[in-house]
Design a binder for this molecule. Structure first.
Ligand code: BGC
Length: 365
């Protein structure tokens, strides 16, 4: 069976009736659905022709946000009154499959996933699908929320490094707001507000989130982060042929590796392994910049990284940055996650993109 088919099967098998995607079924701390993973997975499933799966996820996400409408309004009101909101008072980044908060201790304050969900909805609408009214209402709450809190220091994509304005997070929020600002179905004043804040975010990133031509890990840092490639594709926040896109992709590929990309140079999580999703993001950026052969070699490398069951892991441990840390994580949480639904999703998205751009419906796998 092709890895494309296996990937779709694994994702469908691990999507609950509620529509939530479990991040990884065999790794207990990942038995939740994250907005970040889920939004990318739903988009990849849509790109792979699995409309129903995407619809179900969007419906789950809609319910999660709708059920917290009053909470969001209260947070936004308190902020407008000058009150300080503690990180733990914010919306959570991950929920149970039934859409509830987990009471485990977790670094929950992460805003990127909500912006990414808005982006995924826009991609869904751009393919001609109708966004239901109940989802539009949830989107309105989220726009208010993101406009109020976009500049708060938070946890990053990797659920660490609290206290910074992470450039990938800002891009996810900015892209979500820019996309929604164009939706006729939303009230004009809200769209204007989204556009205004999105413009501020874009200028802020360009002024303070770029060093040596490439995007940086957080505002004021000179470092890189593997997640930055996603700002080129699939988020399309920067033109793939722009200087900022080219410099970012090249810097990530050179400093954090192209085949099995590191999250960042100080990563000790499971010893700091090589991440499938991050190579896929690089491949997507290269593909859209016209570098199809690089994208194809990444796609092939991902196919070769599947285990004998065709499962893709979160990360590979054959070239660890900090091998001495691996055992400590295994002792804490068990072997690292496999299969990871997000890895399968990014393989699918890269597969579809390379196939479309190279005019080949059977790119690899
Ligand atoms: C990653 C997150 C991801 C989560 C579930 C974490 O280790 O840092 O980005 O959302 O796993 O896949």
């Amino acid at each position: 069976m092709s890895l494309q088919k296996i990937s779709i099967d694994i994702i469908l098998k691990n999507q609950s009736d509620s529509g939530a995607y479990i991040a990884s079924p065999n790794f207990s701390v990942y038995n939740y659905c994250w907005f970040r993973d889920g939004a990318f997975i739903a988009d990849a499933m849509l790109a792979s022709g699995e409309l129903e799966s995407a619809v179900k996820f969007h419906s789950w996400a809609t319910q999660v946000i709708s059920a917290r409408k009053a909470k969001i309004s209260e947070l936004v009101l308190r902020k407008s009154e000058g009150q300080r909101i503690l990180p733990e008072e914010h919306l959570h980044c991950r929920f149970t499959l039934d859409g509830l908060e987990s009471n485990e201790d977790w670094t929950n304050f992460q805003l990127d996933g909500f912006g990414t969900w808005l982006w995924a909805l826009d991609e869904f609408a751009n393919k001609g699908h109708v966004i239901p009214d109940v989802t539009l209402a949830a989107v309105q709450s989220l726009i208010e929320y993101l406009c109020a809190f976009w500049d708060e220091p938070s946890f990053d994509w990797w659920e660490e490094s609290f206290g910074h304005q992470h450039v990938s997070t800002l891009v996810c929020i900015g892209t979500g707001l820019e996309r929604c600002a164009k939706w006729d179905a939303l009230p004009k004043d809200l769209r204007d507000r989204a556009e205004l804040v999105a413009d501020v975010i874009r200028s802020y990133i360009l002024d303070f989130g770029v060093k040596g031509g490439h995007l940086t890990k957080w505002i004021g840092s000179e470092d890189l982060d593997g997640s930055l490639s996603a700002c080129v594709s699939p988020l399309h926040y920067f033109d793939p042929n722009s200087e900022i896109a080219t410099s970012t992709l090249d810097a990530v590929a050179t400093e954090l590796k192209m085949f099995g990309t590191y999250r960042h140079k100080n990563d000790v999580y499971f010893g700091g392994g090589s991440w499938i999703i991050l190579s896929a993001f690089l491949g997507l950026g290269f593909a859209e910049a016209g570098e199809i052969s690089k994208a194809t070699s990444i796609l092939n490398w991902i196919s070769e990284s599947a285990n004998h069951l065709g499962e893709l892991p979160e990360q590979l441990n054959n070239q660890l940055l900090f091998p001495a840390f691996e055992a400590e994580w295994i002792k804490k949480w068990g072997e690292s996650a496999v299969p990871l639904l997000w890895s399968h999703a990014m393989f699918l998205k890269l597969f579809e993109t390379v196939s479309a751009l190279s005019g080949d419906s059977h790119a690899s796998a």
